[in-house]
Write a protein that binds this ligand. Structure first.
Ligand SMILES: C[S@@+](CC[C@H](N)C(=O)[O-])C[C@H]1O[C@@H](n2cnc3c(N)ncnc32)[C@H](O)[C@@H]1O
Length: 287
């Protein structure tokens, strides 16, 4: 028979030893433990499902995340759980909440769940399960989809976009007395060499972008010389590049902002010389 084992992991942290608790059934699978209501509230707040956007909760337990997303955001959701009794309970809870048309539940292994079409994926699973899921998230989710996890991240390779921590008195498993909530936004593919024509302001701009998940490094050049890229951001399909440099004898700040769609970026360039600013359309094509 499976028992709930509490494993104390001693994690050496820089500057001192940090003890953290983790939990699992003896066979290493994730047991049923609920996310407290305030955690569900913050998870949905971070994921911000728009009306009609599909949400999937992997390991849905009593269905609370899917039900709350349906009630508050009108999000059509699917919860999958390996335990048929929990799926039955979740369906009953959805009926009681009056959202059974939006909040669906199925007995299914989360590793066999089709994630295509989901705009939000939520989870409260063990850290190693998150890591095993990572390739599947990248295979099946589109840029801009949000992944939200209670308590555990995706390992050191895929850093989160946002994280919040809150005190939760009733939290007796995992990090006791507090919860952490992580958000990742699936990044578009922005890597490569991109070219833009900006007549009267540098002419042919070339951007060279390297990418690791959503973290990008960029270089920008114009025929007259190099420009300095001071800031970058890729969040889903939206890319931002802050570039400074001298053109026509004047120092300029450039904020490029656009949507990456396949081999094209469409957006705008905000130009400022410290006294005046103006906005131009910006298009870039991948070489
Ligand atoms: C920690 S509970 C989270 C419940 C709910 N998502 C919440 O946050 O309140 C994890 C759930 O995952 C389910 N689970 C564990 N392994 C699973 C698997 N391989 N496929 C589907 N569900 C699984 C468990 O039955 C349990 O209900």
């Amino acid at each position: 028979m499976r028992t709930l084992a509490t494993v104390i992991l001693a994690l050496a942290a820089a500057g001192g030893a940090l003890a953290q608790q983790a939990w699992a059934w003896d066979d290493g699978t994730t047991p049923f433990v609920v996310s407290p209501p305030e955690v569900v509230d913050r998870m949905l707040h971070l994921a911000a499902p728009k009306k009609g956007e599909r949400l999937i909760d992997l390991g849905s337990g009593d269905g609370r995340i899917v039900i709350e997303a349906a009630k508050r955001f009108g999000a059509p959701g699917l919860g999958v759980d390996i335990d048929p009794k929990l799926v039955e309970l979740a369906r009953e809870n959805a009926r009681r909440a009056g959202v059974e048309a939006l909040a669906k539940f199925e007995v299914r292994d989360l590793f066999e769940t089709d994630l295509r079409g989901a705009r939000v994926v939520t989870m409260y699973l063990l850290p190693e399960v998150n890591r095993q899921l990572l390739p599947r998230l990248f295979e099946q989710l589109q840029p801009g989809a949000r992944v939200v996890s209670h308590d555990y991240d995706m390992g050191p390779d895929w850093v989160f976009d946002e994280m919040m921590e809150l005190k939760v008195a009733e939290k007796l498993v995992g990090p006791t007395g507090r919860s952490r909530i992580f958000l990742w936004v699936m990044p578009a593919n922005a890597r490569g060499t991109w070219v833009s024509d900006i007549p009267g302001h540098g002419g042919k701009w070339t951007f060279t972008i390297a990418q690791h998940y959503q973290v990008i490094e960029a270089e920008a050049t114009v025929p007259a010389g190099g420009m300095a890229v001071r800031g970058t951001r890729l969040r889903g399909e939206e890319i931002r590049l802050a570039v400074v440099g001298t053109l026509n004898g004047k120092p300029w700040n450039h904020l490029f902002r656009g949507i990456v769609s396949g081999a094209r970026i469409d957006g705008e360039l905000r130009l400022s010389d410290g006294e005046h600013s103006r906005t131009l359309p910006w298009t870039a094509n991948r070489q």
